[in-house]
Design a protein around this ligand. Structure first.
Ligand SMILES: [Zn+2]
Ligand SMILES: [Zn+2]
Ligand SMILES: [Zn+2]
Length: 251
């Protein structure tokens, strides 16, 4: 299975509009972070996890021109608002959208032009078919297990895909979800910044989760502009590294 990090940034992206901090002004390409999203692909299928507002730019950058489905972690704008860029990827077929029931409900409500009955004149609309996820299911040769986590007080999903775990926005993992994080070969986990945040793990909190569960390799994602890539890379203990846009690995 191959994982491609499309975006590794927090909701405002890095650089943030109007900010002149050292990281936002940095010329290091590893400090340029589009909104968080990944591709998971096997010989049989290619899945997108979340449709960030930069989806078009991300897919063009990675040369992705075909998808078999989309998996949603939650409905916040930074994980969803590129949904219209799914149009060219759903020509002539319905793309399944997988997610938690409440989250799919939120997505359907937010985009009546896509999910309502009224035909859209002009540029058309993406053809998307919401499919509720509650239990582990198979998608081609990938076993997908939803992992219930808390993003502030909102229950959302992270996912285990075969032996890979992806959790972006999270400030608490309930004890009963931990078994799904154990014995995985690779993990990408949100670690927003050094200072505490109400709805996201700090870098230290994310490191603690990774140490507790012991994946073979791990990357932090959903990183904000307080964090310089090279500095974080030096600070993190093995086998943890900061993710970056365009990172890819086999798992
Ligand atoms: Zn987010
Ligand atoms: Zn900044
Ligand atoms: Zn969020």
């Amino acid at each position: 299975m191959k994982i491609i990090v499309l975006g590794s940034g927090t909701s405002s992206g890095v650089p943030a509009i109007g900010c002149s901090c050292a990281v936002c002004r940095s010329e290091n390409p590893l400090n340029k972070r589009t909104r968080s999203s990944i591709i998971v692909e096997t010989e049989e299928v290619r899945l997108l996890v979340d449709s960030s507002p930069e989806l078009r730019i991300q897919l063009l950058r990675e040369g992705i021109d075909r998808l078999d489905g989309v998996l949603y972690t939650h409905g916040h704008a930074d994980h969803l608002h590129g949904i219209d860029d799914l149009r060219p990827l759903s020509f002539g077929k319905d793309l399944p959208l997988y997610g938690k029931e409440e989250i799919l409900g939120e997505i359907v409500e937010r985009f009546p032009y896509i999910f309502g009955d009224t035909p859209q004149k002009g540029g058309g609309k993406p053809r998307l078919r919401p499919q509720m996820v509650k239990e582990p299911f198979r998608f081609g040769d990938i076993k997908i297990s939803p992992i219930l986590v808390y993003h502030g007080i909102i229950p959302i999903y992270g996912y285990r895909l075969n032996d890979f775990v992806y959790i972006t926005d999270c400030s608490r993992i309930p004890e009963e979800s931990y078994p799904l994080l154990e014995n995985c070969r690779a993990m990408i986990l949100g670690g927003l910044r050094y200072r505490p945040h109400e709805t996201h793990f700090t870098i230290d909190e994310a490191v603690e989760v990774i140490k507790k569960t012991g994946p073979g390799r791990a990357w932090l994602t959903h990183i904000n502009h307080d964090v310089d890539h090279n500095r974080l890379k030096e600070e993190l203990p093995y086998p943890i590294e900061p993710a970056y846009d365009g990172l890819s690995f086999v798992c």
